[in-house]
Write a protein that binds this ligand. Structure first.
Ligand SMILES: *[C@@H]1O[C@H](CO)[C@@H](O)[C@H](O)[C@H]1NC(C)=O
Length: 262
């Protein structure tokens, strides 16, 4: 008797694990569908709340090394896209930026670094930034998007940092022209949580925890939901919070079904 129920129990467990996985993948949103060239994979991605941009990244905490891909459509066919960390503030002043400039012609976008000191025009040459940048490159993605790649050596112990992003219409004589000052351009900033399990919607769900609890699964699951949503509630897009809530809820339903069957 017991032996005949075991395979079914295992199958159900696998099924509900798969369903919580699917729920959290769906919560990751559109960025999860991005297909990068071979050799470029990132542990996490986030659809940013403004300008249709997305950030993909892997943070090696031991080395304080951040590999990233920033994906956004420039505001004009020959424009530019930029992503920056700002270790000293929230806005543009102090931003340590990576900028990919399309410019005219069919060549791959050029990538530069800029230490942005304020609302002053940028030149056509990189300026040194606070985080040594390597592997800088860019290519063209779907729908006119530019994909900007790079690796930044962050400071030890950085756990969360302000980041901002921007898109511009044009490039003149190799330098990015001023961007628009519409609501989306001005609101394109957030906090990037580098470490911790809830760093993004694609981080593994803590949903399996309630299983150890057996019949008291729903109590355990409530704990799991709190653990999922609390750290990411800050400024992450609504998708992250939605996935955090829905996966444990699904799990509770599935567990109730499992208990009814067994
Ligand atoms: C960036 O610019 C600021 C202001 O001029 C300066 O204090 C800082 O040292 C610069 N950073 C780097 C890495 O050069």
């Amino acid at each position: 008797m017991a032996s005949s129920t075991m395979p079914r129990r295992v199958a159900l467990l696998l099924l509900l694990l798969a369903s919580t996985r699917a729920a959290s993948a769906a919560g990751a949103g559109a960025c999860a569908a991005e297909k990068f060239p071979a050799g470029k994979t990132y542990a996490k991605c986030e659809d940013l709340p403004q300008l249709g941009a997305a950030l993909h990244w892997t943070y090696d905490e031991a080395k304080s090394s951040l590999s990233l891909a920033f994906v956004a459509a420039p505001a004009g066919a020959n424009g530019w896209v930029a992503w920056a960390l700002n270790p000293t503030g929230e806005g543009m002043a102090g931003a340590q930026a990576l900028v990919a400039l399309k410019g005219s012609g069919s060549a791959a976008p050029t990538v530069r670094t800029y230490n942005i000191t304020g609302y002053v025009p940028l030149g056509k040459a990189s300026t040194p930034i606070a985080f040594p940048a390597t592997d800088l490159a860019a290519d063209s993605g779907s729908a006119g998007k530019i994909r900007l790649y790079g690796k930044l050596q962050l400071h030890g112990g950085m756990k969360a940092v302000n980041h901002i992003w921007q898109v511009g219409t044009s490039v003149t004589a190799g330098a990015p022209d001023k961007h628009a000052f519409a609501a989306g351009n001005l609101a394109s900033k957030s906090k990037l949580v580098l470490s911790g399990k809830a760093a993004s919607a694609t981080s593994p769900s803590p949903a399996p925890a309630p299983m150890a609890g057996g019949p008291s699964g729903s109590a355990g699951s409530d704990g799991g939901a709190a653990a999922t949503t609390a750290p990411s509630a800050g400024k992450s897009p609504s998708g992250a919070a939605a996935a955090g809530v829905s996966a444990p809820a699904l799990l509770v339903l599935a567990l109730m079904g499992l208990l009814a069957v067994v």
